[in-house]
Design a protein around this ligand. Sequence first.
Ligand SMILES: *Cc1c(COP(=O)(O)O)cnc(C)c1O
Length: 398
Amino acid sequence: MSGDGDPKKGDGTRVVGAGRRKEWTQGIVNTPVWRASTILYDDIADLRANAGRDTHHRLFYGRRGTPTQWSLAEALTELEPGAAATFLYPSGVAAVSAALLSVLSPGDELLLADSVYDPTRSFAQTFLKRFGVTTRFYDPLIGGGIAEMISDRTRAIFIESPGSLTFEVQDVPAIVAVAKARGVTTLLDNTWATPLLFPAIEKGIDLSILACTKYVVGHSDAMLGSVTAAPSHWEKLRATSFQLGQVASPDDAWLGSRGLRTMALRLKHHGEAALAIARWLETRPEVARVLHPALPGCPGHALFVRDFKGPSGLFTFILRGGGEAARAALIDGLDLFGIGYSWGGFESLAIPVDPERIRTITPWQVEGPAVRLQIGLEDPADLIADLAAGLDRFRAAK
Ligand SMILES: *Cc1c(COP(=O)(O)O)cnc(C)c1O
């Protein structure tokens, strides 16, 4: 069987077949773990010949990867129609920083969505600042209006859609059109949707980033990131990644490949269950608003309907009144929801979210405290019963 992420086939077929070249799998169903640092050569001539060659997908030295990493990277490339290559990183944050460093130089300006993942914001405000890059924040609902923000120094626009705390859906095609016309690189943190729900490169994005820790790994047991590049951007990304010495371990890449085979199935369940729970929350008097891209109350909902193939399993809801203690009564007493960072695993999670602490240009004014839910693979009826008891505790504590 050859790798087959053929976009004309269904998502389940694509994730099962992608990246499984016989030379890498050796006939084993999931590409096995090839661990290496040293690669041995026959003689000096062989060693020299390899050093001079393009080492892409060729054993050279462990830092350049082995078939285990190449198999997952190629699978992710196949899932992004139009993409040239994918590089793996030891975490999603490492993928974000390598992607930005492959594009930016001192003196450049970065436009960053005000709704981005907090460590991305912090990388821009500290590391990139020290490196001589200026960051300006944009309203995630700006759309084509971003044209007015672009200056001669603007080199890159970093998008996260929907934002993984507050879920504003951005007009990616409009931003891409402006960026292409002005020669600005677009980067998208596509962790929420994955290429199955939003094929980013096909939509014109130059660098599509995944925290594979989430839906690709899917079982909360490994850290992994990836950047998939359009043909115009992959060589610089590769050079930067190699220079930074970035390598994802073969063991973690293997867990990523193993997770990927069920990703279409899991995403479908996460998406359907989360939407059912979000709709139920909307009917509850304790809930002021549900920020789920597939529901009309979410900013950018119409763009979600236009551009996405479906929802995944992460959303936020806003309580009506109440404070820290009432929110804690809700979350702390939940039985089936863990309290912890990250998401995309088989288990449901709940965390408090307080975007007012991190926003720069778009104030966060809402009716009460917010809760973010990752809906796992438990039965939705059980999760709803757990949340119903939580809302009762909230009402009593309020
Ligand atoms: C978790 C996350 C990351 C970072 O991934 P790690 O693997 O935890 O470093 C980046 N972006 C988004 C949207 C995330 O949710």
